[in-house]
Design a protein around this ligand. Sequence first.
Ligand code: ATP
Ligand code: MG
Length: 460
Amino acid sequence: MPELAELAGAELANIVPRDRHNISRQDISPSALKVLYRLESAGFASFLVGGSVRDLLLGKSPKDFDIATDASPDELKRLFRNSRIIGRRFKIVHIRFGREVIEVTTFRAHHEVSNEIGDHIPRRQIKGLDSAHSSDGLILRDNVYGSIDQDALRRDFTVNALYYTTNGFKVLDFSSGMEDLAAKQIRMIGDPATRYREDPVRMLRAIRFAAKLDFSIEASTAAPIEELGELLLSISPARLFDETLKLFSTGYSVKTFALLQESGLGQYVIAPTLEALPLCPKPAAKLVHLALENTDNRIAADKSVTPYFLFAALLWPVLRLRQEQAQLDPSQMRSSLLSMANAAIAEQLDFTAIPKRISYASREIWELQWKLEHRNRRNVRSTINHPRFRAAYDFLLLREAAGEDLNASGQWWTDFQFSDTNQQEEFLGNLPTQRRRRRKRGGQRKSQSGINSRNRGSRA
Ligand code: ATP
Ligand code: MG
């Protein structure tokens, strides 16, 4: 087992001894402890790092445990049979214990940004290089191994760069992490503008952590965001989708939403929603707020949140606004729903990817709204057996809570679900056998798109 003093770079840390911090092994997942111990006994240095150390120091329970080590990915692979090397951007090793995955990364070094290699090579054409920057400073590949102090300084925020070792139970702080934790602030390591240029997603991360931890964003860390926000347009829609989901899964999504609006960053991830909110029918705007509150409550109660519900809610104002602008009469609402729903989703796709299975399910929630409102003897059973019924019913309740008058449909479905078979038959008997068709005479008005969709490169 190497001593800290033997680990290159460790001498640069401010070391917080066991009696000066509150981290206890009892709060660490047994799987993570196993990995730490096994690495130590094989002669490697290993540390808990990132969000887990930060959250433990704050007395919160971490959502996952990441480990940093001086063992290489191949050495890790040999040491842990239950491991797998993954990662396109970085090589990361996942060690699986049942349903839990411990993420282990080898200490990495930071790169100089004015790097000759990257200056002449267009993005996405770099093969076989281990480290490269594009001409605008964006990190493309990042697999240069380094010492622990270098590993610390390439992390984003000071509170995310604290290392905990079971070898002496110390916390190592290479920046001002402990101080910033105490001051409850998110502070970028190094020059904020440079670090945002390297990876613009760090701007969204600043907001996510500020909301989640109820921290402020330190002034010099916040300052460049307004000007550099548009760099997010260079980030792949797939990565922005992941990040957007994380933004709304912190358990503090109401606050995240407000920060996205305040900082101006919202226009790079949820622009269609933000543009529709002031123009759409009031209950649709209210629904977004209620859905976020609902999401936060669910996370507080340790329940899952489904991405398709989130997107159904976020894009509801967009859909509603489109419907309103198309001036449809009620009989046209249903036939045009599919194309309107697709259009609303397409607007979001200009900003973030949405995997098909998710956008499909969001659309199903919207489509089921019609059936939930327009019940007849035939469609009730198929509606209630639909795999998306539960989500659609929750959505219906939110719409009513947001002030839509849906003829007490929510109550009807609540009563129906909690009735026995005989009572249900009675409910069904009171319904019309068929949908009543009301057709207005006159031509269908052309749909007008009201929202300017923001063009993104080739998908304009
Ligand atoms: P969470 O509780 O949301 O998981 P986290 O801090 O663990 O928060 P992760 O996204 O899991 O965040 O990343 C783990 C760690 O990796 C971070 O704490 C940070 O040190 C580092 N890191 C992650 N993303 C970046 C980035 N874009 N730039 C620099 N460092 C990063
Ligand atoms: Mg994490």
